[in-house]
Write a protein that binds this ligand. Structure first.
Ligand SMILES: *Cc1c(COP(=O)(O)O)cnc(C)c1O
Length: 514
């Protein structure tokens, strides 16, 4: 029998002396030497940048930096890797915000573990996508093992499951989505939202969350067609935790008005204060009102690994779903977050089958397709970063990192508390402290001006990076401590600078008034 044969054409390779072609830049076995040289060059540049970063930020204004960025003509390539790197150094590295710097105490950004950075290089080069088995192979199993590990840390049993996501915002969206679908199943059982959109009864759905919870809960409500108004803000107590009595009242009132509580969102580590809501109290109410219990532990999730502080998450295993950001408190590079479900069957609300990816007909053939549990299709293999971290450092050292930052926050709190010029508003349970420069006898309006000016000074000099927030209409400053290597002396130094700047500003305000 005659087999038809296909003609093979060969093209001459690039001529000597010619400019490099696309093939010369492919990350493949032919170009690994160039990659290696480039990797060393970029590493040297990062090394230099980090040594040079004597402050966490250059303080450059967005206008000044925009002029530099705008000068670059994307139609004219820099020509080679060295030139491209030099450009990156000037527009990016020289003006980046450095989270590893001990003077970076602003937002929920952590310094990263270097084994995770190495993992990032590996996973980007291989460019795995953890959607289907045939795009990931072993990566799917590694991610699944970390998800199972996370379940165990939470205290969930074998029925649990989860998925890596891009961040707490996406994880919270998934939690609210499943809560909404469960409510539809209960109150409009014949209805399929996927085909028909929301049923009429959804207008009465309400989500209960503390007034201090993260904005992503509102965002989720709006994306899910429930609207911001479906989110009922519950007042907090003096330590910024959701007031369980107020929650009970709000749930009762809503029910009496014919509204339907579909979810209680508990924040385990509020973004501003690090306060942890009473999970057990919320669980009892969720049982009583028959609604979903979601725990947003985006920030506080790292406590699971701390022997000293794990108890602060007591009750977390009673949650129906949990958000936790490995990129907040577990030293992971952005992005790395988890969404966990106590009962894996609820992932059915997320699964959609497509003929080319994960056909229903193949289900049960033993090919694990993580896309079945994800909102994303193509998805980064972020799990490798946590894997390398755990395999190199171990979970216990991450837990010690949590212990250190909590101890540091406590020390800082005591410094602030015993000072006469500071007003400190929360006793940190995690590692966020809100305070303001407030010498006695000065009115709020003046203090607001001073504290804004202090924050502005730091932003425009970059000598330290601190955050701000408002409380009862007044301006406050905030430290978020996530760096286990930061020492109290550094914080004391920033605080003395705040006093100097504050005094100077008060003096100039007094002068202006005369
Ligand atoms: C940061 C944060 C989020 C959002 O997480 P991203 O990873 O930034 O999307 C949600 N909830 C809380 C409590 C957070 O602190």
């Amino acid at each position: 029998m005659q087999h038809s044969s296909l003609a093979v054409y060969s093209y001459p390779d690039q001529q000597a002396g010619q400019a490099k072609s696309v093939n010369d830049f492919i990350f493949n076995a032919d170009n690994l030497m160039d990659y290696e040289v480039g990797a060393l060059q970029s590493l040297t540049m990062v090394h230099k940048a980090m040594r040079k970063a004597t402050r966490p930020f250059s303080g450059i204004s967005p206008q000044a930096l925009a002029r530099q960025v705008n000068q670059i003509d994307l139609a004219q390539p820099a020509g080679n890797l060295e030139a491209a790197l030099a450009e990156v150094e000037s527009v990016y590295l020289n003006n980046a915000v450095y989270f590893h710097h001990p003077g970076y105490v602003a937002h929920l950004n952590c310094p990263v573990a270097y084994p995770a950075v190495l993992a990032e290089q590996i996973l980007s080069g291989i460019n795995t996508s953890v959607d289907t088995w045939d795009q990931s192979g072993g990566a799917t199993l590694i991610e699944q093992k970390l998800i199972d590990w996370t379940s165990q840390q939470i205290g969930f049993d074998d029925n649990a499951d989860g998925i890596f996501t891009s961040g707490g915002t996406q994880s919270n969206l998934m939690g609210m989505l499943v809560a909404r679908e469960q409510a539809v199943a209960k109150h409009a059982p014949e209805h399929d939202v996927r085909y028909q959109g929301l049923p009429a009864v959804a207008r009465r759905f309400r989500i209960f969350t503390s007034a201090m919870s993260h904005f992503s809960i509102q965002k989720a409500a709006s994306l899910l067609g429930l609207g911001f108004d479906a989110v009922v803000p519950v007042p907090v107590d003096e330590q910024f935790k959701m007031d369980v009595h107020a929650l009970a009242r709000a749930l009762t009132e809503a029910s009496e008005q014919g509204l339907i509580p579909i979810c209680i969102n508990v924040t385990a580590g509020t973004t501003d204060y690090g306060s942890i809501d009473d999970i057990t109290g919320a669980h009892q109410l969720a049982q009583q009102f028959g609604c979903w219990l979601h725990v947003d532990a985006a920030y506080g999730g790292g406590l699971l690994l701390s022997d000293q502080h794990r108890h602060k998450l007591t009750g977390i295993a009673s949650a129906d779903s949990v958000t936790l950001d490995y990129h907040k408190s577990l030293m992971q590079p952005v992005s790395s977050s988890g969404f966990m479900l106590k009962d894996r069957t609820f992932f059915k609300h997320i699964t959609l089958h497509s003929d080319y990816l994960n056909p229903l007909a193949e289900k049960g053939q033993g090919y694990p397709n993580l896309v079945d549990k994800s909102l994303q299709t193509t998805r980064r293999f972020d799990a490798l970063k946590l894997w390398m971290t755990l395999r190199t450092m171990g979970a216990a050292s991450l837990g010690q990192g949590m212990d250190k930052i909590i101890a540091l926050a406590r020390q800082c709190y005591l410094v602030l508390k015993t000072s006469e010029v500071f007003e400190v508003v929360n006793e940190p349970e995690l590692s966020a402290i809100v305070f303001r420069f407030a010498p006695a006898g000065i009115d709020d309006a003046t203090l607001n001006t001073v504290n804004q000016a202090i924050r502005q000074h730091f932003l425009t000099t970059g000598e330290a990076m601190i955050a701000r927030t408002t409380l009862r209409g007044n301006h406050y400053l905030k430290f978020t401590l996530l760096n286990p290597a930061t020492r109290i002396d550094t914080l004391q130094h920033i605080l003395s600078r705040i006093i100097e700047l504050g005094d100077a500003n008060l003096a100039s305000q007094a002068e202006e008034k005369q």
